[in-house]
Write a new protein. Sequence first.
Lengths: 87, 695
Amino acid sequence: MQLTEKHKEYWQKNLRMTGFLLVIWFVVTFVIAYFARDLQSITIIGFPLSFYMGAQGSLAIYVAIIWYYAHYMNKLDQEYGVHEGDD
Amino acid sequence: MATQSQSQFFSQLKRYYSFYTGGFIAFVIIVAILEQMGVPNKVLGYIFLAATVLLYAGIGVMSRTADVSEYYVAGRRVPALFNGMATGADWMSAASFIGMAGTLYLSGYDGLAFVLGWTGGYCLVALLLAPYLRKFGQFTIPDFLGARYGGNIPRSIGVFAAILCSFTYVIAQIYGVGLITSRFTGLEFSIGVFVGLGGILVCSFLGGMRAVTWTQVAQYIILIVAYMIPVVWLSVKHTGNPVPQVAYGYVLEKVTAREQVLNDPTTPEGAKEAEVRAIFKTRQEAAEGKLKALEAGGAAYLAEEKGKLEKAAADLKAKPDADPAAVAAADKAVTDYPADAATAKKAWTAAAAGAKAKTAPIAAHAEPFAGKDQAAIDKKRKNFLALVLCLMVGTAALPHILMRYYTTPSVKEARKSVFWSLFFIFLLYFTAPALAVLAKFDVYTLLVGSSFSELPSWVASWAAVDKSLMSVTDINKDGIVQLAEITIGGDLIVLATPEIAGLPYVITGLVAAGGLAAALSTADGLLLTIANALSHDVYYKMINPHAATTRRIAISKGLLLVVALLAAYVTSLKPGDILFLVGAAFSLAASGFFPALALGVFWKRANKWGAIVGMSAGLGTCMYYMYMTYPFFGVNAPLWWDINPISAGIFGMPVGILGVIVGSMLTAAPSKEVQDMVDHVRYPSLENDINTKAA
């Protein structure tokens, strides 16, 4: 089984996207929670920002991250010809 | 069935589950009519319990199978959407359904660690594991370790870790099953456990993963409906808005304003609160004073104090016009007096701690990491972040969840399926904080300040059922309820919401059915994981690779029975705190599995010795820290950097990762075949690909 340059490029793109999404994941989880006390004074629809992110905002971003990754990779598979047959 | 295309199958499933949902709603309506006709609540509880357990058993009977692929991975044709629902039910346990909103009620922002950890972990599942495991396509998680690292040692460590964390977790579930059935039907705890267990067993015993999958979809529908109805109702009651997740920002503002009033001794209500807190302070000091005297005087002090009480009782009885109630009270004081120094110490320490908890001002719900000084704040923040990380990485390493991604038809579907999983989980998790705030608003505004002679009916009824869930005592004898006079157990929030919202009992029964669905579905997945690890990985892969399929499945079923009975037995001993058991399972999975799984996909150089060293060192560190610091084990060593034992994984994870790296670098690179296998899992489809798929 020999991988072509195209295959390697596919994997590199996957790694880059994975890394990028993990950075977002890290920021909305840990950076925001670390500064939670400083973000309290900002309010969004009645919530202090830090509470809002912990209870809803970050969760919605997680859902979006996973949706985007599935969408991006399923397209990338087609583009690089590594997609599975139908069904 | 093989001739049926995937899309036909999908539309057929949609039809079945639409009928099912309609049928379930009709059932609830019928029970509601029965309630109006005057059928007693206890009977309604039985109807709910029996109907749902029979339903799950029925799905189990309909999905019975003797095919290996159907038994272990539901034939690998579960569509993304349905696998998402099944994962949601598999994932959300009794702790999520019943415990989470209560934890948020009691600890405010700091409780959000569970909400964040138990959802954000799916990003790691989606990005680092699910698609690759699906491409690998075998039956269990130890299978992957065995194939990727070669030899029986990594597989065995995997089996050990899978059993350890799943067993810890399943005990918490069975405990939940017992609690719910006993509360709503009046059956005894242990009988409740076995009724629930019967439902679990019929289902997984007959149909393995296939039956568990389709039951979990059914259970998800029940649990989400049961969770949403009371919260929406409560939201309409307090805000007029039927979308609680949007509406409660406004309620949170009111709760915060109320907290400030109650904490301010210059307002009339604040002064009353301060008065009650002062009484608790005196009680705390009294208990501490007795402890100190006991320390100094020992048994002699106890005897002397008891003598005083006996004398007081005797004097009272000697009086001709003694009040009989006072005499009884004096006698009770004598009989209740601790018999020896050990019991006395225990009782008074508990009394002092209980009173002390009531002396603090009300914690602000939305304030993160509240503490009296910077050191206390930093400590809370550190533990919050550590717990979130442990729960997230643990999510991405719990075998009963990862196993679910073996059941989709393709890599593409596996990726979509993680999205659906988190979406369905998200629906419940972003509602729980809303429920906590709405319930708090109710307690702070309607219960506080009401008169003891006219308590809301839900308070009286729950206080009668269980003092640890709900109790109100008039401490300062003013006839008015103060917040410091109320004791609420976390589990009350979800269980009592229908009554707080003023809904009929049928909804309470529905909530109980939802909690039962959550606990049963998770227990199902976990028991199957344990039985499969033993039958597939130990028996088939290591002991008897030539075993016939019928024999393999028979062994798996036998083990399922043994493991279930063992788990029920351990549960009946009531070991420790549920939340700790759950947290421990996550820390163990994070330390034991995650490094070897993730590096196995992303680092080709990782080899057998790396996996062995990493997994055992990670798991070892985590277990060592728990043993040394968790009070249950009685060692009580000092904490490392103030990290609580529940987050032991924070030490296990880096040790595990380092172990994999060091172990791999010190030994030879893995063989060409193994490296090819890594390429194989990285690409959904390759020309001249090797095949790792089983069945």
